[in-house]
Write a protein that binds this ligand. Structure first.
Ligand SMILES: *Cc1c(COP(=O)(O)O)cnc(C)c1O
Length: 405
């Protein structure tokens, strides 16, 4: 056992030395615009709480109502006795919101993505022998990568196209044109978390049609966030209703608690209810989450002002941080990458900003390429104009102090 412990502690030491050890900072408050850290109030610029629903009175009340009416948990997977009418109701609401025929819930989007790929590729489905192929964006989320890792290597071919590079993707599709693949699946994040950039969905839709492939989009960072009504990257790019398989999380913009989903055609969702192992063999979502998420979708469907406030806050922050003299990656998403260059600077900046009352995370190699260390700000509708101004003032002081400005 001692030998085992040594292997593990050596690795922990290596993480410390290479500055890739992940430290956790405990919050002593709900997730919101201003949070409590080490006894101080700081402006939160690092959460996925895009709409401020994590601490929204309507969502919290709904979750409490859920517990009162339907209990704490169901103590079952869906197909034994874990389906309450509210699960079906939430699935309908999501389908309507994202413009798909049907939806299936998972305990997380990570589970949804792990549940999707192997449920198709690891089944013979009447074929004696077959091969399936994935075309995956180089920067896809870990859950897509792991979902594809669960597919048998003997029957799946994995091809990676350069980030958002539809010409490269077309080259790969063209190369494979005469291969007799059973399923061809193009997989992409809707929004990429390191830069806040959008997948080129209109072109991906065209390529999927042209090459008879299925288009899979994970819209976790965009559901409730992008588009005038918060319907996600498809709404923002004019491809609503054209994505074959759309996955997402309820753990970011939609309340930030937990839960994930896959939306698609009736046949696809019906199939996944039969074959998707994290659905079939894992507990169903608790009523508090279901009620909270339903309240979130109702809020969004009735009134687009929260989404509008998020968009206003985002353009204000993007404009003002540039006016201070910082370099950002241009875009429209509330993820704002503030480019600094070298890792030590990003580390010092994020530490100093916390002292100045701003909670923000730095990203550096190997999470992003060498020399592209950055701070990643995430803007929220939970922030008031005063909160944002307070953060901008801290950016100005800190930037001058550390010689960035
Ligand atoms: C956050 C995220 C996930 C994971 O969602 P969970 O519901 O927290 O498991 C999956 N995919 C993408 C693209 C994400 O950004």
């Amino acid at each position: 056992m001692e030998a085992y412990t040594k292997i593990i502690t050596d690795e922990l030491q290596r993480l410390e030395e290479t500055k890739t050890f992940k430290y956790e900072t405990p919050l002593s408050s709900p997730q919101k615009g201003v949070v409590r850290v080490n006894g101080r109030e700081v402006v939160m610029l690092a959460s996925n709480n895009y709409l401020g629903l994590s601490d929204h009175p309507v969502v919290k009340e709904a979750a409490i109502e859920g517990i009162k009416k339907y209990g704490y948990g169901v103590a079952s997977v869906r197909f034994i006795c874990g389906t309450q009418d509210i699960h079906l109701e939430l699935e309908k609401k999501i389908s309507k919101f994202v413009g798909c025929e049907d939806t299936i819930l998972f305990s997380s989007c990570f589970a949804a993505n792990e549940g999707f790929f192997p449920s198709l590729t690891n089944e013979k489905l009447g074929y004696e022998s077959y091969q399936d192929v994935f075309y995956s964006d180089r920067l896809n989320h870990a859950s897509i990568i792991d979902g594809q890792r669960l597919c048998k290597s003997s029957t799946t071919v994995k091809r990676i196209y350069e980030h958002a590079d539809t010409d490269h993707l077309q080259t790969l599709l063209e190369e494979d044109k005469n291969n007799d693949y059973r399923f061809k699946i193009i997989a992409t994040d809707g929004v990429f978390s390191m830069e806040g950039d959008l997948a080129p969905l209109p072109r991906l839709v065209e390529l999927a049609r042209e090459y008879n492939a299925l288009l899979f989009v994970d819209d976790s960072h965009a559901i409730g966030v992008l588009g005038e009504n918060g319907r996600g990257t498809p709404e923002a790019t004019g491809t609503l209703g054209k994505i074959d398989v759309l996955t997402g999380t309820l753990g970011k913009g939609i309340g930030g608690a937990a839960g994930g989903y896959i939306s698609g055609s009736n046949a696809m969702i019906e199939y996944l209810r039969q074959k998707s192992r994290p659905y079939t063999f894992s507990n169903s979502l608790p009523p508090a989450i279901i009620f909270g998420a339903m309240a979130a979708f109702d809020l969004l469907s009735e009134d687009s002002s929260l989404v509008a406030k998020l968009h206003q806050n985002t353009s204000y922050f993007r404009e003002e941080i540039k006016n201070l003299g910082y370099t950002i990656i241009e875009g429209t998403h509330p993820i704002v990458a503030i480019m600094l260059g070298e890792a030590p600077l990003a580390m010092d900046m994020s530490k100093e900003l916390l002292n100045e009352g701003v909670y923000i995370k730095g990203l550096w190699f190997p999470v992003v390429p060498r020399g592209e260390a950055r701070l990643r700000a995430q803007i929220s509708a939970a922030l008031s104009r005063e909160d944002i101004d307070r953060a901008l003032e801290a950016f100005e002081r800190t930037g001058k102090k550390l010689g960035v400005l």
